[in-house]
Design a protein around this ligand. Sequence first.
Ligand SMILES: [Zn+2]
Ligand SMILES: [Zn+2]
Length: 93
Amino acid sequence: MGIFYTFTCDCCGYTADVQGGRDAGENVEMQTMICRRCRKVVDVPIHWFGSNEPVRPQCSKCEGTDLAAWPPRHPCPRCKGRMIKGEMATIWD
Ligand SMILES: [Zn+2]
Ligand SMILES: [Zn+2]
């Protein structure tokens, strides 16, 4: 089960509703990543259970593939400030 949190940047106010790490739902494993193309924080499917096909991480916003795992210190993709974990936003599963 995955839970989204609202992360907000202290410096520029950018917000993202993401897991903030790696988590698995019923059918899929998700990893929070930074898209270097559209400079957003997105949750990306990295593994579908029951499938041996390698998943090519792709941004759900711009369909770009230049993605990097979001480091644990949660840097803002816009201004390099730090994003603070806020309220629970949604539960996906
Ligand atoms: Zn920022
Ligand atoms: Zn993107």
